[in-house]
Design a protein around this ligand. Sequence first.
Ligand code: IMP
Length: 201
Amino acid sequence: MGLDVFDELVIATHNSGKAREIADLLHPFVITFYSASDLGLLEPEETGSSFEENAVLKAKAAAQASGKLSLADDSGLSVTALNGAPGIYSSRWGGEEKDFDFAMQKVHEELGSSQDRSAAFVCVLALAWPDGRVETFDGRVEGYIIWPKRGDFGFGYDPFFVPDGYNITFAEMNPEDKHKISHRAKAFDKMIEIFFAGKGL
Ligand code: IMP
């Protein structure tokens, strides 16, 4: 089931921060990385109705357009009392300006006096081959929403999310510690174990 060739990988994102973070995680296993913007690939519309569907459509589009193995991720925050919102719309709740203070305020207001503050960050990775094969890997970290928000590290919804078993938010946590337990780390660990482990350069 392992990869035969891993000398090239397209990271199917136009977000340079995300491309760098993924290249850092996989650099022991891949020789040359390209991002979708390096190759001038069009950004597909995220029309899926789940993290998995969106990750798959991004990875497949990049694999078909580039003829190379391609990796995409889709992630977000799922709040139980909001029926999973903002979910696949997590980025869009930040508006054009990607203002996550505004997005967190919106979550807080929609939660109102709800007793159930539980939430989870979710990440789905999709690895797509040019011949149409796709494999997905998911990661999830459970926790709860606090208000007011706290902390300056991280990004997005980190300042109001406390992972279960901790009493600090993701934004108060040293980034290295967050990366050990995050939804993204769990999804990457699964993929590395199946496709890359033992094949390090
Ligand atoms: P994507 O780039 O379409 O997958 O958007 C994911 C969105 O979910 C980001 O813009 C963030 O708002 C949110 N998100 C995903 N992972 C995290 C995280 O680790 N911390 C905080 N927010 C996150």
